[in-house]
Design a protein around this ligand. Sequence first.
Ligand SMILES: [Fe+2]
Length: 386
Amino acid sequence: MAPVADTDKYDASQFQKSHVGRTKSGSYTVSKHNRELALYPEYLPTWNPHQKFPAYTFAEYHDKGLLADPELKNLFPGGLGTHDDYSVKRITPRLGSEVHGIQLSQLSDAAKNDLARFVAERGVVVFKNQDFNDGGPQSAVDFARYFGSLYKHATSGSPEGYPELHVCFRGASEEEIAGVFANRTNSISWHSDCSYALNALQLTLFSCLQIPEAGGDTLFASTVEAYNRLSPAMKERLEGLHVLHSSIEQARNNRDAGGITRREPEANIHPLVRVNPVTKQKHLYLNKEFGRRIVELKEDELDYLLSFLYDHVEKAQDLQLRIRWEENTVVLWNNSTTIHSPCVDFDEPVIRHAYRISVMGERPVGDLQYLNDPDYLKEKYEQLGI
Ligand SMILES: [Fe+2]
């Protein structure tokens, strides 16, 4: 059977047994010790045991990147490269760019459209020296909302009143460090955030609030380049295949750890090869964390194929990059054309505090003629009884 999420995996966004504190309103939060050490207490994670969200249903999505200037002149008036007031440089030829001298908080709507297109084109865009965190959770929500509806996670921690913020908080405790490698030899866990959602999480913003001197890098891999590297025969083999993605194991692990469930877990079927509506590029859409099976194949067949595809994306360092976080770095990524992994390599009990906001994009399609078609894959859902 295809690999499933590791039940012993450490996930800093989920409830930990060391999160023993309570807010004034009765929600769970991090321990008093960690609250006192936190530099941004307004962003600390909370879990309200009485909070419930309805199930997501299909929603049309029109990517802001489709409104962009093809030359991105609203975002980069002088073009790419180095200029007096800003610079834009590629991190690797096919994945990632780094921007200096532009404040996300000051962008016009037209510049945000260009930003959506640029992130779709480059997969990962790193903005240095941002003033983003100073405005508090509301300013982050206001910024991201321009691009579409913001995803509310079923089980992760969020600041009270801001369920759109998915907080990653690793506490300063020996217990949390000890737990990471208790049953694992590494912390690498490649995934696309919440790929089990019907409308896929698309444009994603991640900002670090409090970081250690070293440790906690994030790894990214391009699923566009991973697809392009395949032979024509393998590309042909993958066409028309679909993957079942599920959050059932994530919900169970969280419940076992004492966490809350705001929305019932879900499972959805998505094409193995997706097309990005902005760039029109094909890319693989699968990840070990939430992918469960290829619905058209028998178990032995899908084990063989998934094993190759996971290895292909996860081990090819020549289609990957690694972000080293700094104070006031904000990263935007396309959660469909890339996968990513945390790197939990800390050697001492220090806080790492960050948050993520994700815009809900289109329902994934293998052919753009089905974009925003609510009946897409209806027969497959009926076949599987979901
Ligand atoms: Fe993630």
